[in-house]
Design a protein around this ligand. Structure first.
Ligand code: ADP
Ligand code: MG
Length: 138
């Protein structure tokens, strides 16, 4: 079993798509081990996306991520990291496969509905960024 961090980003929460996205997550067999709603600060978003701080979209991305509440979750499944990224679809919804969450719910390459960790090391960092061990069910 593997764990990954998932975020329903502020665009999707604002449009009341959280329930439908969570329904997809559960239908695909992921177990939700932790969940909460957060309104990130600019500093909190910058820390989370620190790997992207030299990228041209960093300032816009971190503004967007603190523009409204987000839902953060720990998902568990066999191969959770790759499976959640496959279910999310490509970063740019214009390039995302039919039936993926980003194809169905994302507005554009920045406001793209969901986040998922991309490797075991980033999953460990990202889970610990938002949850302590008492907040994750066994
Ligand atoms: P992913 O979320 O698919 O792992 P990245 O890690 O490359 O994608 O980028 C992190 C987030 O930054 C994306 O989900 C998206 O919100 C935003 N982003 C990435 N590339 C761009 C871009 N070219 N223009 C605007 N925003 C972008
Ligand atoms: Mg990424």
């Amino acid at each position: 079993m593997e764990r990954t961090l998932a975020i329903i980003k502020p665009d999707a929460v604002a449009k009341s798509h959280s329930g439908r996205i969570i329904e997809r997550i559960e239908a695909e067999g992921f177990k939700i081990k932790a969940i909460k709603m957060l309104h990130l600060t600019k500093q909190g978003a910058e820390g989370f996306y620190a790997v992207h701080k030299e990228r041209p979209f960093f300032n816009d991305l971190t503004d967007f991520m603190c523009s409204g509440p987000a839902v953060v979750m720990v998902l568990e499944a066999d191969q959770a990291i790759i499976r959640w990224r496959t279910l999310m679809g490509a970063t740019d919804p214009a390039e995302a496969t039919e039936g993926t969450i980003r194809k169905n719910f994302a507005e554009n390459k920045e406001r793209n509905a969901v986040h998922g960790s991309d490797a075991p090391e980033t999953a460990a960092f990202e889970i610990s960024y938002y949850f302590n061990s008492l907040e994750i069910v066994g």
